[in-house]
Ligand binder design. Structure first.
Ligand code: NAD
Length: 514
């Protein structure tokens, strides 16, 4: 790519910390001359050295020629701190990645507006402040937008182009074109708390934390379940340990407060307390997991119970209202269970229920089953699609019935987790919460359904975009989970978004616009 074809020939980069240097790197790679400025005297030199080192490594690996590396290096220009921002006067585009403070960012843009040309585009890399609020004091807010990158910038190939209330479409178009030139995927967001990625990401951790807070199971088990059943690369607690709670808890609180205490985003006292105690994650060697030589210490799984000598596996009866009932019966047959086919279970039978969104207790009571012999299994997902089965007891389930169910469902070698009663087990709760938040983002026109999917898969690395996830598991199933969870918990957190309700009712894809 030549310098002449660049959307912005000269880019100004203010704040050359973790984010600034990443943005400078990809802009220089795209052919722009990048003027770097930082108030800390040493910062720019360090940033240029770090970027140059990245390129030297690429030369060593044969992914960049020495000539290309030299040309890129020549496009990084140091603006000495002593010169103030004056050196940036000739820039076509200036982006800031300075400290996350509204007053400091506002004062920076007030200073920049005094020196730049009328057609210079200005942008902020803020992750939590309102773009409109930063622009409030500007003379020309129409030339200003959010340009939100992710860490590490060269590897996280998505950028949110955020339109403030007064941002012109032309500016968004330029930023979109420049993102593509830098090899990134641009997505367009309205100026709303968390934009796309940090908004869509609110479901995963917060619902997992509620499950732990409810003493349904421990965090290790939740991580195992979500990795094995849904295919998340990292469980929510592994993820929080990696991001560190000093970063992720404030994001949870900020999005929640900015939406005036919307229950769907409600953070947890668990992370608040851990943050206060400094138990923030992998970087300090202690988070939800302990770390030894950089690796998490993971407690072994509960062993599979062995039935007492002389006792037989009880016959099994499956609720007539079980989700995926025929698959469940086939599975039990394959596992060699003695299946009862009567209207109701015999006095000896292990009774299996498979609710969507209800807890085992509610189902046992409503269906007039003996709770002492009733165990639930999460059948939202096709058993063939998952690497783990999840069973739930209720407060009256007899230990022998629990153990029999555990041994039976583990008898073909598939992993089994047994948890306490929970409306929606683990997977249903977490998946439904993610999908509900995502569909409501579409309802609020935060972004297009397509951009939501792109932003989440690229920015959060989920196995599917949340809308595709909803389509895959069935919008009506997800709705049923949410309605029933709302009944059990009485919490408006679980009220389904109108986007989901309408598409579920009409049998439409969750990607369908209006
Ligand atoms: N770190 C992330 O994961 C991440 C992701 C997306 C967005 N952001 C946002 O990017 C911005 C920067 O974050 P970071 O992690 O790179 O921070 P950082 O602390 O690594 O770097 C900030 C740099 O800005 C400089 N600086 C501070 N005030 C300045 C001013 N008034 N003028 C010029 N330079 C100034 C500092 O000296 C420092 O070098 C923040 O707004 C943050 O919210 C961060």
């Amino acid at each position: 790519m030549t310098q002449h074809s660049s959307v912005f020939k000269t880019v100004g980069l203010v704040g050359t910390g973790a984010m600034g240097r990443g943005i400078a790197q990809i802009a220089a790679q795209a052919g722009s001359t990048v003027m770097l400025f930082d108030t800390q005297p040493e910062a720019v030199g360090k940033a240029i050295a770090a970027i140059s080192q990245q390129w030297d490594k690429l030369v060593e690996k044969g992914r960049l020629t020495p000539e290309q590396a030299a040309a890129q290096k020549s496009r990084l220009v140091e603006c000495p701190a002593a010169q103030s921002q004056q050196a940036l006067a000739a820039c076509d585009f200036i982006i800031e990645a300075i400290v996350e403070r509204l007053d400091v960012k506002r004062s920076l843009f007030a200073d920049l507006e005094k020196i730049v040309r009328a057609d210079c585009v200005l942008a902020t890399n803020t992750s939590s402040l309102s773009v409109t609020a930063i622009a409030a004091g500007m003379q020309h807010p129409e030339r200003f937008a959010g340009y939100h990158f992710f860490n590490p910038v060269p590897l996280m190939k998505v950028v949110e182009v955020i339109s403030g209330l007064k941002t012109s479409q032309g500016v968004c178009d330029q930023l979109t074109a420049f993102a593509k030139q830098m090899g990134h995927t641009p997505v367009t967001a309205q100026d709303t708390p968390g934009f796309i990625v940090n908004h869509a990401g609110r479901g995963y951790g917060t619902e997992a934390l509620r499950i732990v807070q409810e003493s349904v199971t421990d965090f290790v088990t939740i991580d195992r379940i979500l990795r094995d059943q849904v295919g998340f690369k990292l469980g929510p607690f592994e993820l929080m340990d990696l991001t560190a709670l000093d970063v992720s808890h404030p994001v949870m609180e900020s999005v929640y407060r900015q939406y005036f205490d919307e229950p769907r985003y409600r953070p947890s006292v668990i992370t608040a307390q851990r943050l206060a105690g400094g138990v923030v994650g992998k970087k300090v060697g202690a988070g939800f997991y302990d770390y030894k030589d950089g690796a998490a210490v993971i407690a072994p799984e509960a062993s599979i119970p062995v039935l007492p000598l002389g006792s037989e596996m009880p016959p099994v009866w499956v609720s007539t209202r079980a989700a995926r009932r025929s698959e469940l019966l086939q599975l039990l047959k394959d596992l060699g269970a003695k299946i009862e086919t009567g209207q109701s279970p015999s006095m000896e039978a292990l009774t299996i229920v498979a609710p969507l969104g209800f807890d085992v207790t509610t189902v046992a009571v409503v269906e007039r089953l003996d709770p002492a012999r009733t165990v639930g299994i999460d059948m939202l997902i096709d058993d063939k699609e998952t690497k783990r089965r999840v069973l739930a007891t209720n407060p009256m389930t007899r230990p022998d019935m629990r153990d029999a169910a555990h041994a039976l469902f583990a008898s073909d070698g598939k992993a089994v987790s047994v948890i306490r009663d929970s409306a929606g087990f683990v997977t249903q709760r977490v998946i439904a919460t993610i999908i509900n938040i995502a569909t409501d983002m579409c309802q609020q026109s935060v972004c297009s359904p397509q951009d939501l999917e792109l932003a989440v898969t690229l920015g959060l690395g989920y196995p599917r975009g949340p809308l595709a996830m909803g389509n895959h598991y069935g919008p009506t199933n997800v709705l049923e989970v949410l309605f029933n969870m709302q009944t059990v918990y009485g919490d408006p957190r679980y009220r389904p978004s109108p986007w989901l309700r309408r598409r579920g009712a009409l049998g439409l894809s969750l990607l369908q616009g209006e």
